[in-house]
Design a protein around this ligand. Structure first.
Ligand SMILES: C[S@@+](CC[C@H](N)C(=O)[O-])C[C@H]1O[C@@H](n2cnc3c(N)ncnc32)[C@H](O)[C@@H]1O
Length: 209
């Protein structure tokens, strides 16, 4: 089990993860209207929240893990003091233009129906949810027995979970999109086509209807 601090150090120093994070943050900042408020859902140690706040976005953070939250409080001390980052006890405590969920937060859920229903009360019409999720088609995982033994589940059911990975669930994008309807429409999937074989993470952009 990571402590918040171990997680933080690892993610800030791992070049491939930093590259994925940069792409995610850039996409969020491109999509967010100037001055729009954002909720970082499953904010971890506050790495993304700090970047959004630095660009003038009031950033709410929701993070259930005490250890992650403790490190976020330390790392984002100045922004919390100046109230440009605000920690919320529930996502329902804010109303925003966008919700972000970077690095597999949504893979902790077995089903996303209730989550998106909740998000429909948080995200204003026309706003968005951007999630970075583990890509179930990533061929780099084909060296693992769990990947090969779950291919059938993926194709037939569109989802599976492996107990040894703390019940991290993997989903076909279409399954998440179905759970998001009728409140959200899947607007973009990055990468798509052959790129789905080569990237560990996929970004799903949902637009609030
Ligand atoms: C791999 S970390 C990503 C943290 C952060 N988003 C980042 O980009 O560094 C996954 C996060 O999901 C959070 N998480 C797990 N279950 C959750 C839930 N039910 N609701 C919200 N966040 C959850 C964990 O506490 C953890 O901080």
């Amino acid at each position: 089990m990571h402590t918040g601090e171990q997680y933080h150090q690892f993610f800030l120093t791992s070049p491939p993860d930093r590259a994925v994070r940069d792409r995610f943050q850039n996409l969020v900042l491109d999509l967010l209207p100037e001055g729009a408020d954002v909720l970082d859902f499953g904010a971890g140690t506050g790495i993304d929240a700090k970047a959004y706040a630095a660009r003038g976005h009031l950033t709410f953070v929701y993070e259930p893990s005490e250890s992650m939250r403790a490190h976020l409080t330390h790392y984002c001390h100045d922004e919390i003091t100046s109230k440009t980052i605000v920690s919320v006890p529930s996502p329902l405590a804010c109303r925003v233009q966008a919700v972000t969920a970077n690095f597999a937060v949504l893979n902790h859920f077995a089903d996303h129906t209730l989550l998106f229903e909740e998000m429909s009360r948080v995200v204003q019409p026309g706003g968005f949810v951007l999630a970075s999720m583990l890509n179930p088609y990533y061929l780099g995982d084909a060296r693992y027995g769990w990947w090969r033994s779950n291919i059938i589940n993926l194709l037939l059911k569109g989802r599976y979970a492996i107990a040894s990975e703390s019940r991290i669930h993997r989903f076909r994008p279409r399954v998440v999109a179905r759970a998001a309807a009728p409140h959200f429409r899947l607007e973009r999937l990055i990468p798509h086509g052959f790129g789905l074989a080569t990237d560990l993470y996929m970004f799903l952009l949902f637009r609030r209807i």
